[in-house]
Design a protein around this ligand. Structure first.
Ligand code: SF4
Length: 349
């Protein structure tokens, strides 16, 4: 009889304890930041304590790890610019990736900057191999501008890679040059075609990413995309991020590249018959990616800029993810979960 009365009391106490431990976690993060601020040991910018998400609710199913900000291209709208040259030592990066796997990660995407710049592609190659061979992740992918990729890289690491996405905003070389997608005399479109062939030879799914901006918004890409036939063509609306490509501290000023929602819709309408096209508006882009920066901090883009959490290496995945701004509902709505393992893809070249 007594135990019947105790039951609701226990439930109330458990709920109080859950909230207390969350509050304590926040206080711990805040006090350690204050200590670093006072003692002058703070190396990276502080976490912004804004609307943390429900602890334990968000699972890092799909993560984008921008392990470097360095790049050999100079795209005028770039929204992940070379503000630091920091890259984690590879063993630290592997440790963080293993922590993410333990927290539920199924897909990792390596991005930059340009991922193939570090150690001539061997750094990203070793991470790809580790994620597939050791962590056994269902999907391992890279987004690259393509300029530094070689067939030798495919020979060494191709078998561990599920998807390679190459950025291409125009099939006219002069437009790519105007945008800043290029380096010296390298021909971006010619290289894209070479990589398409290597993906076919080494059984890697090939994807194209395009940023629609004021220079390419009126282009008709139907023939080229149909001929290349990527498994997915991601079409993004040029995005402004304060501190990255807009504002006083930014390394780029992308205002002249911005297009209206109507112009973006016009581009999508012209290409509506392309089956592999996956559009992404500014709103979808802002909240539906889990982005890790070069320090393995989640970046919260909800306020139109990138506010970093603490590093997962310091506070663990669960604590850091509360400040990621990730909208899981939007992730599923934009089709973030798709067939992403090459074992499940019918690569019919
Ligand atoms: S290739 Fe990508 S990372 Fe490099 S400048 Fe262009 S948008 Fe930025």
């Amino acid at each position: 009889m007594m135990s019947l009365y105790l039951l609701p009391v226990m439930e109330v106490l458990t709920a109080v304890w859950r909230n207390m431990s969350f509050l304590l976690q926040c206080m711990k993060m805040l006090s350690s930041w204050c200590w670093m601020e006072v003692s002058g040991t703070r190396k990276v910018s502080s976490p912004k304590i804004i609307a943390p998400q429900d602890p334990g609710r968000v699972k890092p199913i799909s993560v984008n790890y921008h392990f470097t900000r360095q790049c050999n291209y100079k795209c005028g709208f770039c929204f992940h610019t070379a503000k630091t040259s920091f890259v984690l030592p590879i063993e630290e990066a592997k440790k963080g990736l293993a922590m993410l796997k333990d927290a539920g990660m199924e897909k990792i995407n390596f991005s930059g900057g340009e991922p193939f710049l570090q150690e001539r592609g061997n750094f990203v190659g070793e991470l790809v191999k580790f994620c597939k061979k050791e962590l056994k992740l269902p999907s391992v992918s890279i987004v690259s501008n393509g300029s530094l990729i070689t067939e030798k890289w495919f020979k060494s690491y191709g078998e561990y890679l599920d998807i390679l996405a190459v950025s291409c905003d125009s099939f006219h070389e002069e437009v790519n040059k105007l945008i800043g997608r290029g380096q010296g005399r390298k021909n971006h479109v010619e290289k894209l075609m070479k990589i398409r062939q290597w993906c076919c030879d080494y059984n890697v799914a090939f994807k194209i990413n395009s940023v629609i901006n004021s220079y390419n918004v009126h282009e008709d890409m139907r023939d080229e995309i149909t001929m290349i036939s990527p498994i997915r063509w991601k079409v993004f609306q040029c995005l402004i991020i304060d501190g990255e490509n807009s504002g006083e501290e930014a390394l780029r000023q992308a205002e002249k590249f911005v297009i209206s929602d109507d112009d973006f819709k016009g581009f999508l309408d012209r290409h509506k018959d392309i089956k592999c096209l996956v559009p992404e508006s500014n709103q979808q882009m802002r909240d539906s990616y889990l982005i890790l920066d070069e320090y393995m901090r989640f970046l919260d883009c909800r306020n139109g800029r990138k506010d970093p959490s603490r590093s997962i290496l310091d506070v663990g995945v669960e604590n850091a993810i509360m400040f990621s701004g990730f909208d899981e509902r939007m992730f599923f709505k934009r089709g973030g979960k798709y067939v992403w393992s090459k074992a499940d893809l019918k690569l019919d070249w």
